[in-house]
Design a protein around this ligand. Sequence first.
Ligand code: AMP
Ligand code: MG
Length: 407
Amino acid sequence: MIKSFLDARNLILDNTLQLEAESVPLVDLVGRILTRDFHARWDMPRWDNSEMDGFAVNALSCRHFVQLLVAGYIPAGSSAEGFSVRPGTAVRIMTGAPIPAGCDAVVPIENTEFDGERVTIKKAVKHGDYIRFRGSDISADEVMISTGSVLRPAEINLLASFSLESIPVFRRPRVAILSTGDELVAPGEIPAAGQIIDGNSWSLAAAVKEIGATPVLLGIAQDNDESLGEKIALGLKADVLITSAGVSTGDRDLVREALENAGVKPVFWKVSMKPGGPTAFGLQQGKPVFSLPGNPVSSMIGFEELVRPALLKMMGYQEVLRPLNKARVRGVLANESGKTRFLRVRVEKTATGLVAKSAGDQNTGILSTMIRANAIAILAAEQTRFSHDDEVDVQLLGEVERPYDQS
Ligand code: AMP
Ligand code: MG
């Protein structure tokens, strides 16, 4: 059951569902995603109010150097009830305070002279000056934030401004992470001959955290049915299970067998991609289970290309794939695998656009190339060679900064 890369990704996304809604308080909303359209509860502003500290006037009774009798004071937070601007008078008013009856303009304090009783108007005034009219920002019932929007500080300000204290957003998945292999020991231990320190748990946990999901670290399972079975059962209590290693040929497919014994129905168990070929995907009562290869680079690329989009979909994101950018190749990028090839590249911004060059040795065993890379170039199975200046598709892993000396 070897799937093309695109078929594999589509199968995964088709079989992954959004999680349910949960109500989250304002302080924890940033980065969360709305589960339904949000309508304005009332007009914003709710009433006509002053944009400046100054004097509420009627524009018709204002000429240069006219003097008006100041007949009251409306600070922010007070009602305008009982105040009115009659011919020849003004009302002192603070920013945000409601506009009193008879007023159709505010004169900012810096355009006046005030002796404590009378105010002299020193600049021309016209109807509507410095008034924020009711509903001029937002009208009641307007859809302000639509389903699937990622909440940023601005949206959160708006929700708070409509007096909401908590909002329904998509729940974020708990993602169980299991490393497998008799050779593995945890970080902090000194490895004996032949032992390898488990790095995958930590890169996967970091990648899960980076998108705002919650990693659940299950530790290391030994290469036997009992150890695997026990850890897998624990992992299936989370919303998603990711295992690494024990799925390549030669491993007796121990992980696959253990998953099937735990009730995981395989959807596919190999993908025509490099690195990441021995990636398997299955479902346990609708719950997604990913088996990534053991090789650190392969597990990271497998997560990036196949797991991350699924987690983003569960979290309610509408865009789940990193954008593809065009970059001009420096040197040569080649694909001799006959599979979709993911190359670790270094992308830089130049005045004429992005350029990409290999980040080094592309052997899947080489971790340092992953460290130097800031992007992944994707070469389709049938595209074999990109020469200097050819355009290649790249996915940026985070932002690519501009060099300091270019303006
Ligand atoms: P396997 O798929 O079990 O054959 O593992 C492939 C390679 O990845 C082997 O060299 C393993 O030692 C290595 N490996 C497996 N799991 C991990 C891990 N959690 N961290 C680092 N390397 C690993
Ligand atoms: Mg192994």
